[in-house]
Design a protein around this ligand. Structure first.
Ligand SMILES: Cc1ncc(COP(=O)(O)O)c(C=O)c1O
Length: 388
């Protein structure tokens, strides 16, 4: 019988797979986390191995408050923080605890396709809101919400990735951030701000989070250690008004199991306390920035004016628009035959029609070193040009 797999990523022989938004294996800090685990056991002993406090262990909450004070416009108070099992877990909990069956959830379009899968596990209706080169089209919100209300619907949440978006890499423009939080406060819509990529900024600091700009109670911001440290830890946090944090803390899941990822949360706190987390983030920024530049340089050399993009100032992804009439879904098998893979644009739309994302490709520049990314660009160019 074949061994059961350990990881999510399935490598295919000879394939440079840019479809997956995964970190580079050699950039995962195995030794540092091993030492952190040892120190956690020395320092906390059995307290590290028992059920944890429902909101998450104090040392991590304290450290998250400090860290956000350094990388965002404002630090939360400890009672505004809840430790999560990462953004997927947090989004599922948000949908469980903050929506009623039949509620409408507005979703930025295009968006992180697996967030859509999580939301679709809940009895809510998803309604797309378009975006452009400056992020979510906040000007489209009044009409979208009014139309939902006219038919008796209730708009409860708005899910978006405003900073270094998955899939486009774009960040919501500063003025739109302010307009968005004002709109949400006035309309009593809770913004679910997926802030997974804040730490990975390559050309200067990330813009202030929606959470930092908003009136209390308007935004639930989801932060993850998957991208800035290691996804296998299943650890993250959310920041929200204390009454929302209390609802999560007092919900059935945490009441039964205690704080999620208790042991790994203490490891993250330990890694943070010693300064290793900050060093790790600096290292990731330098490596991923180099990879972003290597990929875009190679794509320009191979494809020149046949492709265009907005250079992502952070995150994992480049969103490539093809200038010629090529359907990304039809291109995919040709690219895979040439030895590289990507995610076709329509994947990131709720119900893609023929135009949505048809000529767009999402590629992750994080998993492979620069020389391999350059080879991927050559293979992609061969596929686009139709040569074997
Ligand atoms: C926007 C976004 N949100 C959430 C996730 C998943 O986050 P986590 O690993 O914290 O569950 C990803 C991973 O690719 C992502 O891109």
């Amino acid at each position: 019988m074949p061994d059961l797999p350990i990881g999510q990523f399935v490598a295919r022989d000879g394939m440079i797979d840019l479809a997956w938004g995964h970190p580079s294996p050699e950039l995962l800090p195995v030794d540092g986390l091993r030492r952190a685990a040892d120190r956690v056991l020395d320092r906390y002993g059995t307290d590290a191995l028992t059920y944890g406090y429902a909101a998450g262990p104090g040392p991590l909450i304290d450290w998250v408050c400090d860290r956000l004070g350094a990388i965002d416009d404002r630090a939360p108070a400890p009672e505004s923080v809840l430790i999560t099992g990462g953004n997927s877990h947090a989004l599922d909990q948000v949908a469980t605890l903050l929506t009623e069956p039949g509620d409408c959830v507005l979703v930025e379009s295009p968006t992180y396709h697996l967030a859509v899968r999580i939301l679709r596990d809940h009895p809510v209706e998803l309604v797309p809101v378009p975006s452009d080169a400056e992020g979510l089209r906040v000007d489209a919100l009044p009409e979208t919400t009014a139309a939902i209300r006219r038919r008796g619907g209730r708009v409860r949440l708005l899910y978006c990735v405003p900073t270094f978006s998955n899939p486009t890499g774009v960040s919501l423009a500063p003025e739109r951030r302010r307009q968005l939080v004002e709109f949400a406060a006035a309309e009593e819509v809770v913004i679910v701000e997926d802030d997974a990529y804040r730490e990975l900024s390559y050309d200067g600091p990330a813009l202030p989070s929606l959470w930092s700009l908003a009136a209390p109670g308007t935004v639930v911001r989801l932060g993850s250690f998957s991208k800035s440290l290691a996804p296998g830890l299943r650890a993250g946090y959310l920041t929200a008004n204390a009454d929302i944090v209390d609802r999560f803390r007092d919900g059935g899941l945490l009441d039964s199991g205690g704080g999620v990822s208790h042991f790994t949360s203490l490891m993250v706190a330990e890694f943070g306390r010693t300064g290793e987390y900050a060093t790790n983030v600096e290292h990731l920024r330098a490596a991923y920035c180099e990879r972003r530049d290597a990929l875009t340089t190679a794509l320009l050399a191979e494809l020149g004016s046949e492709v265009e993009w907005r250079l992502p100032e952070g995150g994992y992804f480049l969103w490539i628009a093809l200038r010629r009439e090529v359907d990304a879904r039809a291109l995919l098998p040709r690219a895979e035959a040439a030895g590289t893979s990507f995610m076709p644009g329509p994947t990131f739309f709720l119900e893609p029609d023929d135009a949505d994302g048809r000529r767009s490709l999402r590629v992750a520049f994080t998993r492979y070193p620069p020389a391999v990314l350059a080879e991927a660009a050559r293979r992609l160019a061969r596929a686009i040009h139709g040569s074997p």
